[in-house]
Design a protein around this ligand. Structure first.
Ligand SMILES: Nc1ncnc2c1ncn2[C@@H]1O[C@H](COP(=O)(O)OP(=O)(O)OP(=O)(O)O)[C@@H](O)[C@H]1O
Length: 907
């Protein structure tokens, strides 16, 4: 890529058209740029994406680029750029570095000088060093005031006389030539004096001389009575007189007055500037040749002016009685809204003027009250936004009054606060920058709303600063605005200039809202076609096609037509309201469905989280249960072991005791026992008696035993039955022994279970106990099996014995010499013991009676009969363990071994 020199001496990129564009919009929240191009291009453009402009389009003529209207002024906000010439001093300082170059009458190139902040960031690759801007028209340093006026304000004056509202405001860095552009110096009169001269020349012979009609509030007119007229005259004359007095004095003095805020004084060194502007000399302009052109017949015009400033976010009336004559403190003005919500400056002084000279004198008088100060960059820097308004009252003899307005706003220059070493200057600079920033935000919001009509509009922050509040009407359809951007080509303020240009680039993307005229056209179109639905787009088309409608004025309509218009508008309002209701219903529906989706997504999310948490907690508790199980297992096995040892020790001790007890107790000797001796003697005699009885019983038992043995021997039948009976007896004894042992085990387990259940209640896990119980179950089942086997064996033995008994009875019948009663008893006892005979058919009688309830409570379902018969006993003796066992046995098939989850469920 080759670098060329622009006409202004600035090198620019030949291949710039292929560049990817960065824009101010991007820096204000637009889409982020993927990579930095070499040149940033900022231009009004027509694209709905304001930040990206086609390079070829940028090179096209203004008429082509600015819409179909052709003149380029009907819709887009016009933004003019004016570059002021460098002074000799500035050239001497080396400020001319070719950083500002005009490429064509609409395109400006900025190239960052070496020392600038922009160049430093560009070298780091953060931003570009070359920037390209497009404007409605660019005016170079050589532009004369006359030329600039003709290209910018001339048409505005014409529009105002046609009844329109117009605003022109200058924006730029301090010392860039804003005040020079608006007011001018010496023979170089600025826009405002030229506009005044043009206005009065046009109105020659059409001025309304009386002072009885005065503009009030936003744009109302008030009829003054004679007294009020007199007051108005006095006020005007005093201002004019004061101006004459001031002018006659030798200027060059320094006026000191209070700024009105906290007693802070402000030095107004206006000598030089006033000296020159006082003698502003106007050259005849083109308007002078078109006196009376296009003015409505029969209408007279009354011209009123006001002049106020916004200083540190306070409004001051510059046409109020001179501060030099009044107390040092200035009164502030308040902002109010009229019934339609239009903002206006309350109690603002309006002075009727009858010539351009009078208007200029009033302006000069006001300027003496304005806040100027000497700053680093400008000897006479405006420290406030000054607003000069010209209201034109269109006085018709038999019709309603109409007001139009031309407002010229000289904005204070933006500047870097850090360069201000004076506290007051710093505060001013802060306020200036804040209000300018708000203006930028308003413009950006307006542009956003215009470019995104389908989306909900952004709130335009007009209320965030006084400046935007007073200018609000011009941005909201009650007129149009035009911006003049002033720049100073000095290299030392390059960064500030770049920021100012970026700011203005947003304004270049703005289009005017529907104007008052357009609204009139809208009403007229409704009257013409009341049933038809007229929307904004058709309205725009109508405007372009039908100039008659656009030129219409609602004040020309008679009462009947106006009433009709009211009816039509009411219907239209109703229709739009219904439309909006439908729209709102749709929006609500969409919002609800979206909310439902969001809620269901949230539910799913929560469910997943819950599941994950649950799994985690389960895992943790499983670990805990495992640990507890291990500890319990260890504990109970240890416990069982210890108890077994204890039982063994106790059994051994019992055996020893028994052996000891069997040894006869020696009779105590003498009276050493003291007073209990008689009792012991009694107990000894009792013992002797019992012992003798015992001996007797033993002897009897011995006899009976011998008899029994004898009988047994008699009954002994050689063969398998005898062996079987012996084996059955042995097994029965063994089974009873096992049962005893088992009972003891079960008692221990029962105790363990109770303590285990208590532990389980504290969430310590009963799985180990369950396992122990399962093991006990199995043992019991085995024992049960053994018992059943024994019972079967016993039944066989009984049957065998029954047969033997029958044989024996037959034998006895044949041998009556067999022993009588004793043998009968023993036989019966023996038979009973062995379970034979009809008197003992039930197997339950073979069990020790005291053992049944316990056994039945443990084995409730061994046999159905037992179950039915022992239900009451079970219920009475129910224990937690038996309950568990019962529940297990009642739920066939046997449930699998409990899992941690089922245990968790339980506990
Ligand atoms: N186009 C121009 N031709 C000749 N001189 C100019 C031009 N523009 C500005 N100047 C001079 O530059 C100086 C600064 O101008 P001016 O006071 O208008 O700046 P400003 O932007 O109003 O500054 P501030 O914002 O501080 O009030 C003045 O001396 C003025 O005469």
């Amino acid at each position: 890529m080759a670098l060329c020199l622009s006409p202004g001496g600035c090198p620019y990129d030949e291949d710039e058209e292929i560049a990817v564009f960065e824009s101010t919009a991007a820096e204000h929240g637009g889409p982020s740029r993927p990579r930095l191009p070499e040149i940033s291009v900022i231009s009004p453009g027509l694209d709905t994406r304001p930040s990206i402009i086609e390079p070829k389009l940028a090179a096209k003529p203004a008429a082509v680029r600015q819409g179909s209207s052709g003149d380029g002024s009907s819709e887009k906000v016009q933004v003019f750029l004016r570059i002021r010439p460098l002074t000799d001093t500035e050239r001497g300082r080396g400020e001319e570095q070719g950083c500002v170059a005009v490429q064509d009458e609409e395109t400006l190139m900025l190239k960052a000088p070496k020392e600038s902040q922009n160049m430093r960031t560009a070298e780091r690759g953060v931003t570009q060093s070359i920037h390209k801007f497009s404007f409605s028209k660019i005016f170079g340093p050589e532009t004369t005031q006359q030329h600039f006026y003709e290209c910018t304000m001339k048409k505005m004056v014409k529009d105002v006389l046609q009844g329109e509202n117009r605003l022109l405001y200058t924006y730029g860095v301090t010392n860039s030539g804003k005040t020079y552009t608006i007011q001018g110096i010496g023979r170089e009169a600025g826009l405002l004096p030229r506009a005044l001269v043009s206005l009065f020349r046009k109105l020659q012979g059409r001025l309304y001389g009386a002072m009885d009609l005065k503009p009030v509030m936003y744009q109302d007119v008030r009829q003054l009575d004679a007294g009020e007229v007199r007051v108005e005259e006095i006020r005007r004359n005093s201002l004019l007189k004061e101006d004459e007095n001031q002018s006659s004095r030798r200027v060059g003095t320094t006026t000191i007055w209070d700024s009105g805020i906290g007693g802070l004084s402000c030095t107004s060194n206006i000598a030089t500037q006033l000296e020159e502007t006082d003698s502003v000399c106007l050259e005849p302009d083109s308007l002078s040749h078109s006196v009376g052109d296009n003015l409505e017949e029969g209408v007279q015009f009354s011209i009123w002016v006001s002049f106020y400033e916004i200083y540190n976010e306070f409004l001051y009336d510059l046409l109020d009685a001179s501060p030099a004559l009044q107390p040092r403190k200035r009164a502030t003005l308040r902002l109010s809204d009229d019934r339609q919500g239009n903002p206006y400056v309350k109690d603002l002084t309006w002075i009727q003027v009858r010539s351009a000279e009078e208007a200029w004198k009033i302006l000069r008088a006001g300027r003496r009250n304005q806040s100027f100060a000497s700053t680093q960059l400008n000897q006479n820097s405006s420290r406030s936004h000054s607003i000069f308004s010209i209201r034109v009252l269109h006085v018709r003899p038999e019709a309603a009054m109409h007001i139009s307005e031309l407002t010229v706003c000289d904005l204070a220059g933006s500047e870097r606060c850090k360069e201000q070493h004076n506290g007051e200057r710093m505060k001013e600079a802060n306020n200036i920058n804040t209000s300018l920033l708000t203006l930028g935000r308003c413009i950006a919001a307006l542009r956003h709303n215009q470019n995104n009509k389908s989306r909900p509009p952004q709130v335009v922050p007009f209320r965030d600063s006084k400046l935007t509040r007073v200018l609000q009407g011009f941005f909201c359809g009650r007129g149009t605005s035009c911006m003049v951007v002033n720049i100073n080509p000095c290299a030392s303020i390059y960064d500030e200039t770049l920021q100012a240009l970026k700011f203005s680039a947003i304004a270049t993307q703005l289009v005017h809202g529907p104007s008052t005229k357009t609204r009139v056209a809208y009403i007229l179109s409704l009257l013409r076609d009341p049933a038809g639905v007229v929307n904004d787009s058709t309205l725009m088309e109508d405007d372009e096609d039908d100039s008659d409608i656009e030129d219409g004025d609602i004040t020309m309509l008679n009462t009947e037509a106006l009433l009709q218009a009211v009816d039509v508008l009411k219907k239209e309002v109703q229709r739009q309201r219904e439309e909006k209701e439908v729209l709102e219903a749709n929006v609500r529906e969409q919002v609800v469905s979206e909310m439902q989706e969001i809620i269901s997504e949230m539910q799913n999310g929560f469910r997943e989280t819950l599941e994950a948490d649950r799994a985690l907690i389960e895992e943790r508790y499983e670990d805990k249960i495992d640990n507890i199980q291990k500890h319990l297992k260890k504990f109970y096995s240890q416990e069982l072991k210890e108890r077994d040892q204890e039982i063994e020790a106790l059994s051994a001790a019992l055996d020893t005791r028994r052996e000891t007890d069997s040894v006869p107790v020696p009779v105590p000797q003498g009276d050493s026992e003291g007073p209990r001796r008689s009792r012991r003697i009694t107990s000894n005699s009792e013992a002797n008696r019992l012992r003798s009885e015992l001996d007797q019983c033993r002897a009897e038992l011995l006899t009976k035993t011998h008899e029994l043995i004898k009988l047994k021997m008699q009954l002994e039948v050689p063969g398998s039955t005898g062996t079987l009976t012996t084996a059955a007896d042995r097994k029965l004894e063994e089974g009873q022994r096992n049962l005893r042992q088992l009972r003891m085990d079960l008692q221990r387990l029962g105790a363990g279970l109770q303590s285990g259940e208590r532990a389980c209640c504290r969430n310590t896990g009963g799985e180990r106990l369950r396992q122990a119980l399962t093991a006990a179950d199995e043992t019991l089942a085995k024992q049960d099996q053994t018992l059943l086997e024994l019972q079967n064996g016993l039944m066989l033995v009984k049957a065998d014995l029954r047969r033997k008994a029958e044989t024996l009875a037959q034998t006895q019948a044949l041998c009556p010499q067999l022993p009588p009663s004793g043998s009968d008893t023993s036989t019966t006892a023996s038979c009973k013991r062995r379970g034979c005979g009809a008197a003992a058919p039930s197997d339950t009688e073979n069990r020790p009676p005291q053992k049944r309830p316990f056994y039945q409570s443990l084995f409730p379902s061994c046999t159905p009969t037992r179950k039915y018969n022992t239900r009451a006993v079970e219920d009475a003796n129910i224990t937690p363990y038996s309950r568990i066992l019962r529940s297990r046995q009642q739920s066939p098939p046997r449930s699998p071994a409990p899992t941690p989850r089922s245990l968790r469920g339980k506990y």
